[in-house]
Design a binder for this molecule. Structure first.
Ligand code: TPP
Ligand code: SF4
Length: 280
């Protein structure tokens, strides 16, 4: 198969995002990474939750599943278990991932399916016109919270390290080259990879000016296998670090399931239809 260019990974469907939305940079970085990794679109699935970011799957040449709000991780896990040969990428927003869907992160981490989760984190609920989200700063006023938010924000990186997500990284949509490199590293990782991508919502929480001075690349001396050091970087409030914080290679969910049905066969556990015969 001839190599597909990044441009060719984009479908003809025009994104409906506002001009200047950070999600354009994420889409571009995804296509750059797919092209560099030479991923066959026939073996590629994008699954998404609901939100502006959740609209991404039809924009990429792949199979796509626009699922329900907060439920992308169980669905992506099911896709991977159903066909472990597929490259499975889950996408969505910070509301989708860390509010309604937050309960799925620890259990996906425990299972460790080989799926990649790209969270487009804009600190607001964009699609529903600007409410505070789990990553909104305390006191930030939004159209949907005119007197300012009243909750302290989550730290998605520290939370993911605490849950032992096996690959944890942060990137910025405005640095598409670096973001593509992190996506490629996540693709090389065998297991559940979560990338928290700061992706500004130009319409409801425009952080394009305030962000760049706060960003810093994780020092090259950092060893992502060192969980304590990863926590230190994640909790360092003086900077917003970009790069791979934590990586813990371990068996994937699908590899642990291998041979399970044969074991059940060998144990001659009655099949459901045989059990049902007792009731007919
Ligand atoms: C069960 C359910 N509850 C609420 C909604 C309404 N809803 C749609 S998208 C969304 C939040 C989107 O915010 P986020 O996940 O951060 O994505 P963004 O739009 O910012 O990309 C909400 C609350 C819904 N669709 N389904
Ligand atoms: S509302 Fe915000 S997140 Fe949604 S498309 Fe517009 S800029 Fe992007």
């Amino acid at each position: 198969m001839p190599k597909i260019s990044a441009q060719e990974y984009k479908t003809k469907i025009e994104p409906v995002w506002c001009p200047g939305c950070g999600d354009f940079g994420v889409l571009q970085a995804i296509c750059n990474a797919l092209s560099a990794k030479d991923v066959d679109p026939k073996n590629l699935v994008f699954a998404s939750g609901i939100g502006c970011s959740g609209r991404l799957p039809p924009y990429v040449k792949s199979y796509g599943f626009h699922t329900v709000h907060g439920r992308v991780l169980p669905i992506a896990t099911g896709i991977k278990v159903g066909n472990p040969n597929l490259t499975v990428v889950a996408v969505g927003g910070d509301g989708d991932a860390f509010a309604i869907g937050g309960g799925h992160i620890p259990h996906t981490a425990r299972r460790n399916p080989d799926i990649k989760y790209i969270v487009m984190d804009n600190g607001t609920y964009g699609l529903t016109k600007g409410q505070g989200s789990p990553t909104s700063p305390l006191g930030k006023a939004y159209p949907g919270a005119p007197y300012g938010t009243t909750e302290i924000p989550l730290n998605p990186i520290a939370m993911s390290i605490a849950y032992d997500v096996s690959f944890v990284a942060r990137a910025y949509s405005g640095k598409a080259k670096e973001l593509a490199e992190i996506i490629m590293k996540a693709m090389d990782h065998r297991g559940f990879a979560l990338i928290d991508v700061i992706s500004p919502c130009i319409t409801f929480y425009n952080t394009y000016k305030e962000l760049p001075p706060q960003l810093a690349v994780i020092p090259e001396t950092h060893d992502p296998r060192n969980r304590a050091d990863a926590f230190k970087l994640a909790l360092d409030g003086s900077k917003i670090y970009l790069g791979v914080f934590y990586q813990n290679e371990r068996p994937t969910y699908e590899s642990r399931l291998t041979g399970l049905s044969e074991k059940a066969e060998a144990a001659s556990i009655p099949r459901l239809n045989e059990i049902m015969l007792d009731f007919t």
